[in-house]
Design a protein around this ligand. Structure first.
Ligand SMILES: NC(=O)c1ccc[n+]([C@@H]2O[C@H](COP(=O)([O-])OP(=O)(O)OC[C@H]3O[C@@H](n4cnc5c(N)ncnc54)[C@H](O)[C@@H]3O)[C@@H](O)[C@H]2O)c1
Length: 261
């Protein structure tokens, strides 16, 4: 078992990628703290996680609220006396061009997608500094690498998550805390079901991806497990793109060069 007896907090683990990471970590022996703003989904995922790791727990928390983050960290410590792994996965977005996005939507997305990563990293980071041991994995996005139309605050926040990852890696490496991020491309989850439930849109999106398929939450969970385990012991301050090659496709947009003479 790669994570035997390690304590892992996974934000937004009531659904999609977070849920898959929670299950993958539990199968490898971690005690998982399933946390999400949606209490009902937390309870459902906890039941799945407990099949593999009976000492796991759940608690609702809103990543954008410092008081709730602190409470969750305090209760986790009380329960397990340590925190080995933090996965900052909770995230959300909205579809608007820049000129149209309401200010409150911009603030909400920034406060979940970027400030939430900061708050959890800060509170858990303090614990990990004391322990002189820890591993933080942030879920960014290919949208933080390349702007997408109507990406607004989401793209900006995800680019910020990559920088926050590197900053924390620079400051906390000396405390034996590794920090990395993952940038998924297109993944079918409850959060993106509105996109992929239309078979034609699903097909068209898969078509532009070099390996011709949409990713699954389990694809991302396997990478998170690699980063959480000692198999990646010397990887630090990195962002790993997992997108079936989508970010390589920029040059497809232009007409090819004429043949050699
Ligand atoms: N699915 C994709 O194609 C894709 C691609 C790139 C990056 N991502 C990122 O992966 C992460 C997970 O996405 P997903 O597709 O699994 O989405 P999802 O909507 O299925 O799951 C996200 C979870 O986050 C929770 N959440 C939302 N706001 C919260 C808050 N304030 N506090 C705590 N929890 C909150 C939701 O309740 C939900 O359970 C997100 O950060 C997302 O930006 C997803």
């Amino acid at each position: 078992m790669k994570l035997k007896d390690q304590v892992a907090i996974i934000t937004g683990s009531g659904s999609g990628i977070g849920r898959a990471i929670a299950i993958a970590f539990a199968r490898e022996g971690a005690k998982v703290v399933v946390t999400d703003i949606n209490e009902e989904s937390c309870l459902k995922v906890l039941a799945e996680v407990k099949k593999y790791s009976p000492k796991s727990m759940t608690m609702k928390s809103d990543v954008s609220r410092g008081d709730e983050v602190k409470k969750l960290v305090d209760i986790t410590l009380d329960q397990y006396k340590k925190i080995d792994i933090l996965v900052n996965n909770a995230g959300t977005g909205t579809v608007h061009f820049l000129e149209d996005i309401p200010e409150e939507d911009w603030d909400r997305i920034m406060s979940i997608d970027l400030k939430g990563v900061f708050l959890f990293s800060k509170m858990v980071g303090k614990v990990m500094i004391k322990q002189k041991r820890g591993n933080i994995i942030n879920i960014a996005s290919t949208s933080g690498h390349s702007p997408h139309l109507q990406g607004n605050a989401y793209s900006v926040a995800k680019a910020g998550v990559k920088m926050l990852t590197r900053l924390a890696a620079l400051e906390w490496g000396r405390y034996n805390i590794r920090v990395n991020s993952i940038s998924p491309g297109f993944v079918r989850t409850p959060g993106t079901e509105i996109v992929y439930s239309d078979p034609e849109r699903h097909r068209k999106r898969a078509e532009v991806i070099p390996i011709k398929k949409i990713g699954t939450p389990e694809d991302i969970a396997k990478l998170a497990l690699f980063l959480a385990s000692d198999d990646s012991a010397y990887i630090h301050g990195e962002d790993i793109v997992i997108d079936g090659g989508f970010l390589t496709t920029l040059y497809q947009q232009i007409p090819p060069r004429p043949p050699n003479k």
